[in-house]
Ligand binder design. Sequence first.
Ligand code: S3P
Length: 435
Amino acid sequence: MSQSQHWIATAGQPLRGTLEIPGDKSVSHRSVMLAALADGVSTIDGFLEGEDTRATAAIFARLGVRIETPSPSRRIVHGVGVDGLKAADGPLDCGNAGTGMRLLAGLLAAQPFDSVLVGDESLSKRPMRRVTGPLAQMGAKIETQEDGTPPLRIHGGQRLAGIDYTLPVASAQVKSAILLAGLYAHGETSVAEPHPTRDYTERMLSAFGVDIEFSPGHARLRGGQRLRATDIAVPADFSSSAFFLVAASIVPGSELRLRAVGLNPRRTGLLHALRLMGADIVEENPAIHGGEPVADLVVRHAPLHGIEVPEALVPDMIDEFPALFAAAACAEGPTVVRGAAELRVKESDRLAAMATGLRTLGLRVDETPDGATIHPGELAAGTIESHGDHRIAMAFAVAAQRSTGEVRVEDVANVATSFPGFDSLARGCGFGLAS
Ligand code: S3P
C-alpha cells in the first residue's frame, strides 16, 4: 500500500447489518509474546491480521520462535521457554506499534544478547524514556536518541533487579514492559498506577501459569518463573468497534450489530461517554471468551448531546478520542475534553489532528494543552490530513457520514496497522467511502 493512499468519504446510507470486527490489537501483541516465552505449543485464535501485530509476530520469528499460520487469524506458536530466545541478525522493526516496541523493550532488556528496535516515521517520534527510565532502574542498559525517541539500542546480558515502581502517567505499555522485565529480575517487581489501565498482560501472564498478584491499579510478580503454553481466544477489538458505534449513532436510520466485542472494563470508557451523550447501545449475548467479557453490541441511531467527558473515564477510552470527537461534532451542544494530554503523544498528536480536521470541515474547536471543546455544527466538504494515524483516518470517514460535501482523507494506508478491511466493512454496511 502506498503512503499517498486516500479516501473520498461522503454521507452514505443508513448503516445496517451484523459486523465481525477483527481481533483485539493489545491482546494479539501479548498473545504472541507470551506464547513465544512459554514451554510448549500455544494456539491463538482471532489474532489480528494487522500490520502492527504481524510486525510483532515477525520479530519473534527472527528471535528464533517457530510460528505457524494455518489459516488467517490463527497462529500456532512453538514456545521456546523464557530462556530460549536467540539474537536476531539485525534491527527489529516494530512498524507503527508503540505497544510492540515498549513491551519488547522490557522483554529484550532482560535477554543475554543485544537488540535494536526501530519503527516507522510516527513511532520514531514517540517518547521512550517512560520505559527506558524504569527499566534502567532495574539495571537495564538501553540507549535512545538524545530526545528519548527510537531506535532503542538494548545491551543484553545485564542482571536485572525487581523494583517497586509508581507510574507517573497511566500507561499499560509502561506497566507491561516493567512486568515483562520483572519476569527475569531478581526478587519482586511491583507496579502502581495513578489510574488503572488495561490489565491484559497481568491476566494473560496468569493464564500462562505465572503467579502474579493484581488488582485495578496494582500488579506484583516474582522473577524467575516459567510460562506454561495455553490457548488464547482473542476477542473483537473494542477500539475498532468504536468507529461503528459512533457512525451508527450519528447516521439517522442506522442499526448495527457488532458481534462478540471485547468489553474489558479498562477499554470501554467510550461506551459510558456515548451513553451519557444519549446513545442507544445495548449489550446482548454476554459471554466470557478466553477470560475476557464479550457481548454483541447493538447500536441504533439516537440524537446525541454534548457532555463534559468525566476525567475519570479518560484512561478507559484513551484510544477512542478520535471517535468521540466525531460523535461530538454531530451532537447538540458542546463537548468538553480535559485531562487527555497523553493524546498528544499517540500515533499522532490526536488533539491537534482532530481539532484541525474538524475546523477544516467548518466547526469551531477550542484546543487546550490537555483537551478541547468541540462546538458541533454542519460539517462541510474538505481535505483532511490524517498524519498517517489510523484512528484519525477512520474518525473522519465516520464524521463524513454526516457531511454535506465530499471529505477527502489523506494518507490512510496505516489503517491496516489496526483494522485491515475497515473500508470494505464500512462500505458493506452503508458508508459512503471510496478509495
Ligand atoms: C496499549 C496501551 C495504550 C493504548 C495503546 C495500546 C496497550 O497506550 O493507547 O493503543 O496495548 O498496552 P499507553 O499504555 O501508552 O497509554
